[in-house]
Design a protein around this ligand. Structure first.
Ligand SMILES: Cc1cc2nc3c(=O)[nH]c(=O)nc-3n(C[C@H](O)[C@H](O)[C@H](O)COP(=O)(O)OP(=O)(O)OC[C@H]3O[C@@H](n4cnc5c(N)ncnc54)[C@H](O)[C@@H]3O)c2cc1C
Length: 330
């Protein structure tokens, strides 16, 4: 058996919409991409049912089915999709340098370029009733799923900017939005707080937590707990949105790539370039603002194009160097 380390042109880490779109473009550009899927093959969309807002599906599409379609499309052009988790990385900071990634703590792969599409994980409260009803009315994405509750009564949990923005978004579509804030004030900016308090159909409850989500197969109600008085109250709702934040999947890149204070990778303006030449970031791992499948796919495309251009530049520079050396030798 050979101990030789595999060397590839383009390694894609993560198999969500960003990773698969990067794979389609990289494979069609003959970069022969290899993708490692991670622990959640298909990414966040495999945790939802209907996706209604991805262009090209006039009747909507089941989230897991959409990811199977994307995988097939990436494989059609020769992407190698492998099950495995990247557990460690070593980057070269030289232009044209070789990067290394360790898979499942055992196998090292060398890559001329790496596209990081490891996404972000939505935070949940952790209540058993909440977990049981995920996909049955409990969602971590109001922009994605709010439409399904048009004209109905819903609740949203959280007190930050995202929660405030999503509450006002839901208020435009739904009949009534009950907003549960754990503390005695919101963490959102003053402007966002103002928007919430000025929206008539948002019922804002401070010092209030979820005691239990009610319903068997689908959400039918919510039992709330006032953490100051201990009082419990039940309301009827059909949808519950959790907006208490996301965690970008960037632990293995800490100290190796530039990231913001919350761990999102920083890319250079209007590109997917990180601070390391040949290493690119696409999708939710570098986007805490839009967090949609279509925006993830868009940046996946950008990352593959950035990688392709980088490799072309490195190759032409190497070609120039060879020519100069030959001239000097002649
Ligand atoms: C409940 C829910 C419903 C949603 N509905 C919609 C919707 O209707 N429409 C819409 O546009 N968006 C929706 N979204 C948002 C959408 O899912 C995300 O914006 C999108 O999936 C982000 O894609 P991504 O490729 O950046 O990352 P993700 O989909 O998060 O995928 C990340 C991938 O990286 C892999 N990974 C992580 N770490 C490693 C590692 N170390 N090694 C290898 N692989 C790794 C994971 O296994 C996963 O495959 C929804 C999100 C949620 C949570």
């Amino acid at each position: 058996m050979s101990d030789k380390i595999e060397r590839i042109k383009c390694l894609i880490i993560g198999s969500g919409p960003a990773g698969y779109t990067a794979a389609i473009y990289a494979a069609r550009a003959d970069l022969k991409p290899v993708m490692y899927t991670g622990m959640e093959p298909g990414g966040q969309l495999t945790t939802t049912t209907e996706v209604d807002n991805f262009p090209g599906y006039p009747d909507g599409v089941d989230g897991p089915q959409m990811m199977v379609d994307l995988q097939k499309q990436a494989e059609r052009f020769g992407t190698q999709v492998r099950i495995g988790m990247v557990t460690e990385v070593e980057f070269s900071d030289k232009v044209g340098g070789i990067h290394r990634a360790c898979v499942d703590n055992s196998t090292w792969v060398e890559a001329e370029t790496i596209i990081i599409s490891t996404g972000a994980t939505a935070k949940y409260l952790g209540l058993p009733s909440e977990q049981r009803l995920r996909g049955g009315g409990v969602s971590a994405c109001a922009i994605c799923d709010g439409f399904f509750y048009k004209g109905q009564d819903v609740a949203i949990v959280g007190g930050g900017d995202t929660a405030a923005e999503e509450a006002t978004y839901l208020a435009n579509i739904c009949n009534k939005v009950t907003m549960l804030v754990r503390g005695d004030q919101m963490r959102a900016s003053k402007a966002m707080q103002h928007r919430v308090t000025n929206t008539k159909n948002i019922d804002l409850r401070y010092n209030t937590e979820v005691d239990e989500v009610l319903g068997d197969q689908v959400v039918e109600g919510l039992r709330m707990l006032n953490n100051q008085t201990g009082e419990k109250e039940e309301i009827k709702i059909t949808g519950m949105f959790i907006a208490i934040g996301h965690k970008p999947n960037t632990d293995i890149f800490k100290g190796k790539l530039d990231m913001d204070e919350t761990g999102y990778l920083i890319t250079k303006s209007k590109s997917t370039k990180t601070n390391i030449p040949g290493v690119y970031a696409s999708g939710d791992v570098q986007d805490k603002i839009y967090r949609q499948a279509v925006t993830a796919a868009g940046t996946g495309c950008m990352a593959a194009l950035d990688a392709e251009r980088y490799l072309a530049e490195v190759e032409s520079e190497e070609g120039e160097e060879v020519k100069t050396t030959k001239k000097v030798e002649a």
